[in-house]
Ligand binder design. Structure first.
Ligand code: HEC
Length: 245
């Protein structure tokens, strides 16, 4: 019986854990430390995303106005801060639309060896820590077609979209070991840049699972209800037993 129980335990817990590990990133990543309850961080992340990433990456499963609602912004604010694309008629894209890339896909494919992937679900399968690390690990590398490589994503086909902010890093490691050092300052200090990347990562994590915020809020209501219910049940019990004693 004990053996049977042990087996059941191992199957129930070890297998999903192992599978999750196998699917996870194999290179060491830094802790993104994001806070999805920090709405201003998500708003800043969204603003950076629509400024620096939308040229190449779509968020095809998300709509502008839904993001606005979740981040506490009016439709006017969304249109002003986030919408930088135009529809086929040349008018600014409506806030009810799905989020498409600002560049024509054909151009993107021509300019970069591969089209940039849609990023709606990336945080779900790569994980926030991986995104946070990749965006901080670009470095100059003459051997690459775009002159830039990535310590976390070897031979990545993406240019360093945030170089203006971070500046440029170089690999000063030896014997195939990668060690990055800032050789050209950007507009921001390393701490400020890390904060920007944290905000973008938080925004991408929210976009990958917008329902999570609702679920967490709902969880708080349920816990509140249970506490109230327990108090009521206790008072009721006391009331009933008073006559018995
Ligand atoms: C000039 C075009 C361009 C811009 C701008 C750009 N990217 Fe990319 N990005 C790419 C391309 C191309 C790839 C595919 C690289 C590959 O697979 O080698 C990519 C890949 C990625 C990936 C990896 C996706 C995966 O799962 O493999 C992430 C994450 C990413 N980009 C995030 C961003 C963020 C965040 C921004 C804005 C700060 C941004 N990108 C701006 C072109 C771009």
């Amino acid at each position: 019986m004990k053996k049977l129980l042990t087996c059941a335990f191992v199957i129930a817990f070890a297998v999903p854990g192992g599978a999750a590990l196998a699917a996870g990133p194999s290179v060491p990543v830094d802790d993104a430390n994001i806070n999805l309850e920090d709405t201003t961080s998500l708003q800043r992340g969204a603003e950076y995303f629509f400024q620096y990433c939308i040229g190449c990456h779509s968020l095809e499963h998300a709509r502008y106005n839904r993001i606005g609602q979740d981040l506490g912004l009016t439709e006017e604010q969304v249109a002003e801060k986030f919408v930088h694309t135009r529809d086929a008629a040349g008018d600014p894209t409506g806030v009810g639309q799905l989020i498409e890339i600002a560049m024509r896909p054909d151009d993107a494919e021509e300019w970069f060896a591969q089209p940039a992937p849609d990023l709606t679900l990336t945080a779900r399968h790569r994980g926030p820590d991986w995104i946070y690390t990749v965006l901080r690990n670009f470095y100059l590398d003459d051997s690459r077609p775009l002159g830039v490589n990535n310590a976390t994503f070897e031979a990545m086909g993406m240019p360093h979209a945030l170089w203006e902010l971070q500046g440029w890093q170089k690999n000063v490691g030896e014997d195939g070991h990668i060690e990055l050092e800032l050789v050209e300052e950007g507009k921001m200090s390393t701490e400020e840049y890390d904060e920007v990347v944290r905000d973008i990562t938080a925004f991408m994590t929210y976009v990958a699972e917008p329902i999570r915020m609702e679920r967490e809020a709902m969880g708080m209501y349920v816990i509140g209800f249970l506490i109230l219910f327990t108090i009521l049940a206790y008072l009721l019990k006391k009331e009933y037993w008073r006559d018995v004693h």
